[in-house]
Design a protein around this ligand. Structure first.
Ligand SMILES: NC(=O)C1=CN([C@@H]2O[C@H](COP(=O)(O)OP(=O)(O)OC[C@H]3O[C@@H](n4cnc5c(N)ncnc54)[C@H](O)[C@@H]3O)[C@@H](O)[C@H]2O)C=CC1
Ligand SMILES: O=C(O)CCC(=O)C(=O)O
Length: 386
């Protein structure tokens, strides 16, 4: 029986993939083997000794202390693409709503309630909300992954000229892009041409404040900026200065902060990008499947800190070893297995930067001391016998 702790509301359709015969869902568990999380900040949370894996039902993992998890042999998963359509649709909505001043206009129209001159006031007042059409305008997309590529393609369908910047684009994302999307090699190539700019990159130390005073200075006057990725990607002080000077005409952001709220020209949604029933279900189902396969079989799919390693089970027992990617690790492992007269039926070893994972299916009796012996080799971080 595995204990799974949830730190956020996780779709019941996903939780149902963890059957009660094998998994206990306990939100108060002190010693869970697995954690299911959405946006809860885990940086200050102690990581219990018992914890083997964390599955983020979503894309961004900046709320999880990845390095600490890696050092403790805790596998961190996310659910690539599972909420991308939800975010992309909201971004398209925000492109239109921001350009046509819909939020202010709706609020203003609400204020007419009770007047007997509504029809006349509407015709007189509407000119203050005039805003440009998207068709024929240029959109710059920073980050062409699951979300950025969908936004870029949708904007092409709306008749926009679309420029894309992503030095690390995956082959899948590149294949999914409309041929009309123009490739920019640097931000400097893209920014001066954009009427609208949207960012869809992960928040990492290297992407913090991608939109800052220098990059904003390169933009066209009156650019409209959208950020449905992470608040920290934009330097809010620089953005507000640019709004003040007219460099930025409008900022639509999914991450409200004290300094952004109440500012004319800034509209914030409350981190709503992935909040659709479809996306919540997709993410929860994928996260539950990843957690279940790792806990039960040691298979790793969509991990952000360990290599992806999966193989069908053969032989009697499975040995799973997370270890440092160091010379001698494999021979130390196989040496111990040989001495214990265990036959290796199948074996996979993969590495990701400084960390490696070895899965071995073996036939033969596994003694109580074998796991301890394997854990004792210098590169070993976490050993499980399944
Ligand atoms: N508002 C919300 O509710 C949601 C927000 N997000 C945010 O959106 C981000 C992107 O999500 P996905 O598209 O699903 O992720 P993804 O991993 O599919 O795409 C990210 C893309 O950014 C690119 N990239 C990385 N560093 C870059 C850089 N310095 N410059 C340009 N491109 C760079 C990568 O090559 C990749 O193509 C997530 O990391 C998350 O922070 C994701 C889902 C929901
Ligand atoms: O779970 C959520 O609502 C937030 C999703 C998100 O921000 C992400 O997937 O990166």
């Amino acid at each position: 029986m595995y204990t799974i702790k949830t730190l956020n509301a996780i779709s019941p359709v996903g939780l149902a993939k963890l059957p009660a015969s094998q998994f206990e869902i306990d939100n108060e568990a002190a010693a869970p083997q697995g954690i299911l999380v959405r946006s809860a900040d885990m940086h200050e949370m102690p990581l219990p000794e018992s914890l083997l894996a964390i599955a983020r039902a979503g894309a961004g993992t900046n709320n999880i202390p990845i390095e600490e998890c890696t050092n403790a042999g805790i596998v961190v998963f996310n659910t690539p693409g599972a909420n991308a359509n939800a975010v992309a649709e909201l971004v398209v909505g925000a492109l239109i709503a921001g350009s046509r001043n819909m939020v202010d206009a709706v609020q203003w129209a609400q204020g007419l309630k009770g007047r007997d001159t509504i029809a006349k006031d509407v015709e007189k007042g509407k000119k203050q909300f005039v805003g440009p059409e998207l068709r024929g305008k240029t959109l710059g997309v920073i980050g062409l992954g699951a979300i950025g590529a969908r936004v870029a393609n949708a904007a092409v369908s709306l008749g926009m000229e679309v420029l894309g910047y992503d030095p690390y684009i995956s082959i899948d994302a590149a294949w999914s892009l409309s041929r009309s999307v123009q490739h920019c090699v640097t931000l400097g190539d893209m920014l001066p041409r954009c009427d609208y700019l949207t960012i869809h990159v992960p928040y990492l130390p290297t992407t913090r404040h991608t939109i800052n005073a220098q990059t904003l200075a390169m933009c066209k006057d009156g650019v409209r900026v959208l950020n449905f990725a992470r608040g920290e990607l934009v330097d809010n002080a620089a953005l507000l200065d640019a709004l003040d000077s007219g460099k930025v005409a409008h900022y639509f952001c999914d991450f409200p902060t004290e300094e952004l709220l109440g500012v004319k020209g800034v509209e914030c949604t409350p981190h709503l990008g992935a909040s659709t029933p479809e996306s919540e279900t997709n993410c929860a189902v994928m996260a539950a499947a990843e957690l279940s396969d790792y806990l039960k079989n040691g298979n790793i799919t969509h991990s952000v800190n360990l290599p992806d390693v999966s193989q069908p089970r053969v032989g009697g027992r499975r040995i799973c070893i997370i270890h440092k990617n160091a010379p001698g690790a494999i021979s130390a492992i196989t040496g111990i297995l040989t001495a214990a007269h265990l036959n290796i039926e199948n074996m996979v070893n993969k590495s990701k930067k400084d960390i490696a994972y070895t899965l071995l299916d073996v036939t033969g009796e596994i003694s109580d001391t074998l796991a301890a012996e394997l854990s004792g080799i210098e590169p070993a971080i976490r050993v499980r016998i399944l």
